[in-house]
Design a protein around this ligand. Structure first.
Ligand code: GLY
Ligand code: MN
Ligand code: MN
Length: 467
């Protein structure tokens, strides 16, 4: 498969756009290598997404300094003898050229270089302790590892966060190219997983087939892959169960391009190659909700309303199967949707699979909007009016979560209108989610992940073709 590389001019343009909007200098850390029990054995390095967006290279411990319209990269110099183990590093001059920087300097000079402006420098939330320590020293204030919950309106850090959000919400052409590539490789991984299923005896074998496609294309994972027959465990990252005919496999797997852009697809398929009638009935309800929701991914539509659309289709469908009794409006008011669909309809997608969640709800929620307190709706990660070039996921699901079904806190309001006798017939449905990546355009929604089919018949045919 073809590989895509963003030209340096794009990174220069992104930095210039940021320079034009920020009023204070900014210091952004790439993040530090994490040791795997001992320092010489590091985990694969993944730089901060803000750094990747502006620099395009994963340079451990590097820091980007933006001031007076100039971009300077501070990096660790090559340690004597390190090239024996790691090969030669590019020189400062060649990095300056390939990354389009005004200057590349030794990290040891950072503190003194920025000292005069120390009290007016903004930075962004950083996850690792070593980078926080460096930033704390340089900025003369305590920077704690953590999320954007600590960003205070009106403070320079919040203004920098808002400037980054304004840039990263609407993807430029190069970002869309990366997202299309991530989506395409991710789709191929799902097709491989489906095809591997008839001869696989365990979740691990399907997982391996999917990872093989990602790694062959040079992609990492954009999050901990979920490949499980226990689809009701929402973030189940174990995949060590044996599989048998009658099981469904839920695969929520995403690739990440070498520049860091994420794919995120969920498909569900039957191990036998054929959905049981009960599995098929629920699958079609989830699919109807997903298709109806995707159809609404258009400029100006409030994302929360898409979530509400999906809830309504789900509750209507489940009621039509006899699992709920009563009027759809009343069921929705009593919180019926969250009994089986306890999460949000999706999230922003970009360099992070949940894009910019390091900034808390600042990116996902428009000013003045806050999370609902209601169970289910409280997990909605995005409540903005959609704008062109935004990328979002659409991922409704149906799950039989024992902890929900056994709890009066979640089910009492629906009472006997939840027909447990009917639900018992659907015991072979543990979890079904269908997820696509969608870009808002001037016209119809662009479904980046359409290479992997999702009607029950299409999915069955692909699984059966893997014999
Ligand atoms: N893979 C996590 C999610 O779909 O949000
Ligand atoms: Mn997903
Ligand atoms: Mn997702």
């Amino acid at each position: 498969m073809r590989a895509f590389k963003t030209p340096v001019s794009t990174f220069v343009a992104r930095r210039n756009a940021l320079h034009a909007t920020i009023r204070t200098p900014a210091l952004l850390a790439a993040g530090a290598l994490r040791a795997r029990n001992y320092p010489a054995n590091g985990y694969p390095f993944r730089a901060s997404s803000h750094f990747l967006y502006l620099v395009g290279a994963a340079l451990p411990s590097a820091v980007l300094w933006l001031s007076d319209g100039k971009s300077t990269l501070f990096i660790e110099p090559e340690e004597p003898g390190a090239d024996l183990w790691d090969g030669p590093k590019p020189s400062f001059d060649s990095l300056r050229e390939t990354l389009g920087m005004d200057q590349v300097r030794d990290l040891s000079e950072l503190e003194s270089a920025i000292e005069a402006q120390r009290n007016s420098i903004a930075t962004l939330p950083t996850q690792d302790a070593a980078s926080c320590e460096l930033l704390s020293r340089c900025l003369g204030r305590q920077i704690q590892p953590g999320s954007g919950a600590s960003l205070k309106d009106g403070a320079p850090d919040a203004a920098l966060a808002d400037a980054m959000i304004a840039l990263r919400l609407r993807h430029d052409d190069a970002a869309l190219e990366q997202l299309r590539w991530a989506a395409s490789v991710t789709a191929q991984a799902h097709l491989a997983g489906m095809r591997a299923t008839r001869t696989a005896r365990s979740e691990t074998e399907i997982f391996g087939a999917m990872m093989g496609v990602l790694r062959t294309a040079g992609h990492e994972d954009s999050f901990g892959p979920i490949v499980s027959k226990n689809g009701e465990v929402l973030h189940n990252i174990r995949h060590d169960n044996a599989l048998a005919d009658g099981d469904l496999v839920l695969a929520d797997v995403g690739g990440e391009t070498p520049e860091g852009w994420a794919g995120d697809i969920t498909r569900v398929w039957p191990v036998s190659g054929t959905f049981s009638p009960t599995q098929r009935a629920i699958y079609d309800v989830v699919l109807a909700a997903q298709c109806k929701a995707i159809e609404r991914v258009r400029i100006g539509v409030r994302y929360r309303d898409i979530h509400e659309t999906a809830k309504r289709v789900m509750v209507q469908g489940v009621r039509d199967l006899g699992i709920f009794r009563g009027e759809v409006d009343g069921l929705l008011e009593r919180g019926a949707a969250a009994i089986f669909f306890p999460h949000g309809i999706g999230h922003l997608l970009g360099l992070d699979v949940h894009d910019m969640e390091d900034l808390g709800d600042r990116a996902g929620y428009a000013a003045g909007r806050t999370r609902s307190k209601a169970f289910g709706d409280c997990y909605l990660r995005l409540d903005r009016d959609l704008e062109p070039r935004m990328a979002v996921t659409i991922e409704p699901g149906f799950y039989q979560v024992p902890a929900i079904l056994a709890s009066p806190a979640y089910t009492a309001a629906v009472g006997n209108d939840l027909r447990r006798d009917v639900l018992a017939k659907y015991a072979d449905v543990r979890g079904i989610r269908i997820e696509d990546d969608v870009v808002v355009t001037q016209g119809d929604p662009e479904v980046l992940t359409k290479e992997v089919p999702k009607t029950a018949e299409e999915v069955e045919a692909i699984v059966q073709s893997g014999r």
